[in-house]
Design a binder for this molecule. Sequence first.
Ligand SMILES: [Fe+2]
Length: 232
Amino acid sequence: MKLESIGPDIWVANGTEIKFLGLLLGTRTTIVRLADGSVWIHSPIAFDTELAREIERIGPIRYLVAPNVYHHFFLREWQGRYPDAQLVGPHGLPFKRPDLSFSLVLDELEQDPWSDEIDRVVFTGSRAFDEHVFFHRASRTAILTDLIVNLRLENQSRIGRLVARIEGVAYPGGRTPLLYRLGMRDKVSGARAVNAMLEWGAAQAIISHGEWFRENASQELRKRFDWLPLVL
Ligand SMILES: [Fe+2]
């Protein structure tokens, strides 16, 4: 089984590792079954036939969601295999990837088509990139991408271990990467987004790279975003 069930109508799957700044980053996707039976996929990982079959058993793939302008590498193959699926991404990604055809731009939506089941806030204020963060209400799961990274050091090279420590992304204390924190020009707007996340009262929080938070998610988020002026 590639999919791990982590609550009602929600699954995660781990994908191939990618190299970034000397770090070995695992990848992770989150899959949600919507009330109409269709499937919403957050940050698709590398295409894999077995994984695709397991997802097909859940329901027809309706949405392929890119949460920020960096998580777009595997969209093309998924869309090629599932041409009826709608590609959804942040402002800026359609310009970066003119070869892909996006149906929805998150920043331009007045209301998300899945808003009865999944909430969303956009984390802004960094020169690096914005990130759309989701919350699946039925399972009380927050779904983050790159805002927190939490890497086990034993899987890293010597350089990787050093980079992970400097970036502040070493398990179990992984938090927002230093490079991203340094790029913050508006901490108040970042804090506003995190406060909105904390109001969700998440039980668990998924991240794309490293160990995710299977319990006490709100507390974990508060701790890992403590570099922001949070009010909650
Ligand atoms: Fe990433």
